[in-house]
Ligand binder design. Sequence first.
Ligand SMILES: NC(=O)c1ccc[n+]([C@@H]2O[C@H](COP(=O)([O-])OP(=O)(O)OC[C@H]3O[C@@H](n4cnc5c(N)ncnc54)[C@H](O)[C@@H]3O)[C@@H](O)[C@H]2O)c1
Ligand SMILES: O=P(O)(O)OC[C@H](O)CO
Length: 331
Amino acid sequence: MRVSVLGAGSWGTTVAALVCKRHETLVWSRDPGVAEEINLRHRNQVYLPGFALPPALTATDDLVVAAATAQVLIMGVPSHAFRGVLERACDHVPPWIPVVSLAKGLEDETALRMTQIVEQVLPGHPAAALTGPNLAKEILAGKAAATVIATGDETVATLLQEILQRGLLRVYTNGDVIGCELGGALKNVVAIAAGMAEGLGVGDNTRAAVITRGLAELAQLGQAMGGQAATFAGLTGLGDLVATCLSPYSRNRHVGEQLGRGRKLDDVLAEMITTAEGVRTTPVAVRLGDRHGLELPICRTIHRVLTGEITARDAYAGLRHSPAGTESGPW
Ligand SMILES: NC(=O)c1ccc[n+]([C@@H]2O[C@H](COP(=O)([O-])OP(=O)(O)OC[C@H]3O[C@@H](n4cnc5c(N)ncnc54)[C@H](O)[C@@H]3O)[C@@H](O)[C@H]2O)c1
Ligand SMILES: O=P(O)(O)OC[C@H](O)CO
């Protein structure tokens, strides 16, 4: 198979590096310098400093070439760039080939999931999402991990499972595309909350409370939007939530941690080269909560911190004043 990955950031490059071991793989970067570095030095120092990439991995800065030669198209750009890049590529994409989203976010204006954007821009193409507890640097280092291909098409699921399964990465399939994509997007908001707790210097009890109540929020919103309850207890829900909330590699947790230390959001983002999807997903989650009549206290509190209405310290102090109610469990 010829596989093209659009987006040569941390995760796009990592997935391309896995796939190229058995399939001809071309990764597209909008930055010619990144493409050249991958081709000539087998490195991507901006996004994956210190890692060697397989010499079999090739790169281009020509979007048309990457789109036109693909038999499987993998979208590795963040959610805010997803529609734009796909629209630029769409006239060159061969008919009916599967399109896989790596992005864990929701479209700002529409609140659409990435596979819904694929269905709009490339109708008739099978759409899938790859999501789960997958920190790029750990996967590239070959550490054991599990991930999920979410698609409603079983034949495509099996094909993608074969393409992506490498070494110690176990690729499961899941037909609940809504639940899997929403888990991946919403856990980033909770990871900001967990990072904030970290920055404020709280303990393991706090971490556990944020993760568990965060899971309740993403399961409530996810089910209201059509996801299945069991999905939120799986790799793409609880699994990714735990990995992202606890890992020092997580960009979302990093943003939260810096806010917890009293820094301003703009300053934190200005010094980051890579993407923290949760910053854009938070207002979308709040809008979706309004639409579905859900309280979502963690998402709403994070939103108030991100907009500068309250500080991270205020957010945690506010726990004193909000009634806990009855724990009905995430489901
Ligand atoms: N890094 C991880 O560990 C990881 C793991 C799983 C999922 N993801 C998800 O994958 C997606 C991509 O994340 P990443 O970590 O690779 O991000 P990144 O910030 O490392 O890289 C983003 C890539 O997209 C490109 N890009 C950004 N805006 C663009 C635009 N408008 N047009 C063209 N290209 C553009 C950048 O040049 C870069 O190559 C995110 O949704 C993220 O949540 C990341
Ligand atoms: O670095 P983050 O916070 O974008 O998280 C990366 C992955 O989504 C973890 O599964």
